[in-house]
Design a protein around this ligand. Structure first.
Ligand code: IMP
Ligand code: MG
Length: 180
C-alpha cells in the first residue's frame, strides 16, 4: 500500500497526540451530559474508536452509514442513507464524528437530518478539514488537522475501499486515481 503514497502527511504519533487533546476538550465540554457519539461508517471508525477510548466521561456510541463517493474522488452532492442510528437522539447531546469535511455536502446533510429529530445539541468533530474545497458553508466544531487540497488516505480514509487500515495519513499518488 505504501508504494501508492506520495508521502506520509500525518504520522501515527501525531494523530494519537491530537486525539488525546480533542478527547480532553470533549471531556470538559460534555461533563455530565452523557453525549451520544455518532460514528459515520466507514471512514470514521478508526478515529472514533481512538477518540472514545481517550475520553473519560460516560458516552453512548451509535453508528450511521451514508453513501460515499464510490470510486470517484469528488463528492457528487448526492447523499443517501444506508443505515440509520439505532437509538433516538431526542433531547440528547450529539457529537457527529467524521473523517474529513471536504465539499461539506455529507456533513451538512447529516446535521440537517439529525437536527430535525430535536437533539439538545449537535456538534461536528472531524479528524481532517479541507476548507479550500468547501461548497456549502459548514465548519467542524472540533477538528484534528487542516489539510491542503490533496486526496489523502489511511487511518480510516479510503480510495475504492483500500488503505483504511494504514495507521498514518498519506497523500495518494495522483496516478493511482487519475482517469477515474
Ligand atoms: P464531502 O461531502 O465532500 O465533504 O465529503 C465527505 C466524504 O468524502 C468523507 O467522509 C470521505 O469519505 C470522502 N473524502 C473526501 N475527501 C477525501 C480524501 O481526501 N480522501 C478520502 N476520502 C475523502
Ligand atoms: Mg470514502
Amino acid at each position: 500500500m505504501y508504494n501508492d503514497l506520495d508521502r506520509i502527511l500525518i504520522t501515527s504519533d501525531q494523530i494519537q497526540q491530537r486525539i488525546a487533546q480533542i478527547a480532553n476538550t470533549l471531556d470538559n465540554d460534555y461533563a455530565d451530559k452523557n453525549p451520544v457519539i455518532v460514528c459515520i461508517l466507514k471512514g470514521s471508525t478508526l478515529f472514533f474508536s481512538d477518540l472514545v477510548k481517550n475520553m473519560k466521561i460516560p458516552v453512548v456510541l451509535d453508528f450511521i452509514s451514508i453513501s460515499s463517493y464510490g470510486k470517484a474522488t469528488k463528492s457528487s452532492g448526492e447523499v443517501k442513507m444506508i443505515k440509520d442510528l439505532s437509538e433516538s437522539i431526542e433531547n440528547r447531546h450529539v457529537i457527529v464524528v467524521e473523517d474529513i469535511v471536504d465539499s461539506g455536502y455529507t456533513i451538512s446533510y447529516l446535521v440537517r437530518m439529525l437536527s430535525s429529530r430535536n437533539p439538545a445539541s449537535i456538534k461536528i468533530c472531524s479528524l481532517l478539514d479541507k476548507p479550500s474545497r468547501r461548497q456549502v458553508e459548514v465548519a467542524p466544531d472540533y477538528c484534528g488537522f487542516e489539510v491542503e487540497d490533496y486526496f489523502v488516505v489511511g487511518y480510516g480514509l479510503d480510495y475504492d475501499e483500500k488503505y483504511r487500515n494504514l495507521p498514518e495519513i498519506g497523500v495518494l499518488k495522483p496516478e493511482v486515481y487519475s482517469g477515474k
